[in-house]
Write a protein that binds this ligand. Sequence first.
Ligand code: AHM
Ligand code: MG
Length: 336
Amino acid sequence: MAGMTTLGEFIVQQQHAFPHATGELSSLISAIRLAAKIVNREINRAGLSPDIIGAAGIENVQGEAQQKLDVFANDKFKAALSARGEVCGIASEEEDEFVIFDDERSKNAKYVVLMDPLDGSSNIDVNVSVGTIFSIFRRVTPAGTPVTAADFLQPGHNQVAAGYVIYGSSTMLVYTTGNGVNGFTYDPTLGVFALSHPNLKMPETGNIYSINEGNYIKFPNGVKKYIKYCQERDDQTNRPYTSRYIGSLVSDFHRNLLKGGIYIYPTTESAPRGKLRLLYECNPIAFIAEQAGGIASDGGRRIMDIEPTELHQREPFFVGSPEMIHKAEEFMREYA
Ligand code: AHM
Ligand code: MG
């Protein structure tokens, strides 16, 4: 169709732009695209399907109740990634340990994928947007040997690619390979993702702040003061800001990426390391944010410079428009 670039075409164009590219990363992203379509189909009809809606009756390694769709999405992404032979292992928010792919082709593959197959899954039963988040690294141990923890415990600045799928009022796939951020909207009548948001840039500043204010009493002082700053009147900086919190990181981040804003999931008294997982949530969103001109930190340190020590490690997370993050970090320093 004239004027339409599909994700498939875009991937091929990108591959041609890099003469040394072998096509493995392209194939890997195609696998993610396929799994996203399958998960999208199930989410779309979730209300009709008792097999899909509700709790699975099991808990993940972090003691959180898994939803049926968490399990479904995890299985679909795992299957799509192992089928292509471009990935030697995965780590997932829904798996206790990393998973080794050891068939002949996969064993020699150079990439590992870390993912949150269905983020914000408690929103499904009430028809609110959810997402898939993924992060891709080159393995550090030699090809041909089984992957090890070291292949997964890499700092975010080593990411080769990262992205998310948002199953929202429309479904979109947004990703980066370190060369800007591009967004593709799914056309369900054609079954394709079409380039709709080329070269996404996050506004320098915005007027949206996103944080679970119900936890206010448990927040560190710097965060409390920053929230008050957001609520004060100041015409020059367009305050008071507006508060928007979906409780689905992908959706909250996506909105702030397009409109400008700040998302914070800080430490709380009950969650002293915050809630979000460094490897499956913070790092990939941080890579996209930075590639779009935004910032991601833990309130002081750059997220992508944190050396992970555990697969399911959590970190406080501040992500958004650069001016707003700088301001929030100022409060964190001042009221530490
Ligand atoms: P999940 O991976 O178990 O779905 O949890 C992550 C989600 C994020 O999408 C969201 O931003 C956050 O948890 C909301 O948490 P809370 O309900 O504590 O505000
Ligand atoms: Mg999650």
